[in-house]
Design a protein around this ligand. Structure first.
Ligand code: PMV
Length: 323
């Protein structure tokens, strides 16, 4: 089974888990699945005696990290099968571009299909549930377009397809292609257990996500952009206050953030967000794209820019896997 997925970029962030060890998010995230950044995964049923195994970019992954995922796959899909998967990303892995979201979503969809679940809403819902166990953002990447993963939820909800907001653009500025040192999993746990700002972050995130959803419903770019900024800055503020502190930003990240502020001061809508890495992702509308790209290029000439937009849902077909 070949599966193509794309990463889910949170406009409003999930950061921190509910107690109980089920990888349930503590905050609501509102996200967009990005077109053109592809994870291509080949999933097959393992031969008898062969255990579950995953390779990403040709590297065999730590089996312990995947064990709860595959055990849950067998439980959810009432399947005795073991699975072997190999996955390739068309963009840098583990560099804060949400490759874990597209990776676990592809794996979950592949396992569902191999277990006999026909493509459709039920398979997607179960795959979202399973993907969440690997990486909560992956629950969202099971769907294209715009998605919501409510605090405490097991599954993401598809909100709208990519056509809902045709002018919606995201410029991804790669401040580095290096792998990040602090995984989101470890860093958010450190934030939860040691940052005095974690509880206020979670409390405040309720209001931000509620208002952002309303702005999204109104297609109000200005309001949504402002809330996106509050969300990522407050998330990073809580992480910065952890012990030891979690700091993902590089000098180019800061230059790009300042370039967005300068654009807004000129009346050009450009609102940035950041995840567990130094990359800066900038939301703007199509008519402003050229001005935004030019300003980002000038602010950080060494950074590669990738222009993307809301993408379609996953593709499960013979052509979708690694080449
Ligand atoms: O899904 P994880 O465990 O890789 O965490 C993702 C965390 C953020 O990317 C920072 C935010 C999000 O909602 O995607």
């Amino acid at each position: 089974m070949r599966v193509r997925t794309s990463p889910s970029l949170a406009l409003v962030k999930y950061w921190g888990k509910k107690a109980g060890g089920r990888n349930l998010p503590a905050t609501t995230s509102l996200a967009v699945t990005l077109a053109g950044l592809d994870t291509r995964t080949l999933v097959r049923v393992a031969a008898p005696g062969e255990g579950d195994a995953v390779q990403v970019g040709g590297e065999l992954q730590d089996a312990a990290r995947y064990a709860p995922f595959f055990d849950e796959a067998r439980r959810l899909f009432h399947s005795p099968l073991h699975f072997a998967a190999s996955s390739e990303n068309s963009f840098p892995s583990a560099a804060g571009l949400a490759s874990s979201s597209s990776g676990f979503a592809a794996l979950a969809l592949g396992c569902a299909a191999l277990s006999g679940l026909a493509e459709g809403p039920r398979a997607n819902a179960l795959a979202s549930d399973l993907a969440r166990l690997g990486s909560a953002s992956a629950a969202r990447a099971v769907y294209g377009g715009f998605t919501l993963l409510p605090a405490g939820a097991r599954r993401a909800e598809p909100l709208e397809g990519p056509a809902y907001w045709p002018d919606f653009r995201v410029v991804v500025a790669l401040a580095t292609r290096e792998k990040k040192r602090d995984s989101s999993r470890g860093a958010m746990e450190l934030t939860r257990t040691s940052s005095p700002y974690y509880a206020p972050w979670v409390r405040d995130a309720r209001k931000v996500s509620r208002e952002a959803l309303a702005a999204f419903r109104d297609r109000d770019a200005q309001k949504l952009g402002e809330l996106m900024r509050l969300s990522y800055l407050r998330m990073h503020a809580s992480a910065l206050a952890a012990e030891p502190p979690v700091l993902y930003w590089l000098p180019d990240s800061v230059a790009l953030i300042k370039a967005c502020a300068a654009l807004r001061a000129r009346g050009i809508g450009a609102w940035e967000t950041m995840d567990a890495g130094p990359q800066v992702k900038v939301f703007c509308l199509a008519p402003e794209l050229a001005a935004v790209e030019a300003a980002l290029r000038e602010a950080a000439p060494g950074c590669e820019l990738i222009v993307t937009q809301p993408g379609p849902g996953p593709d499960l077909s013979a052509e979708a896997g690694p080449r």
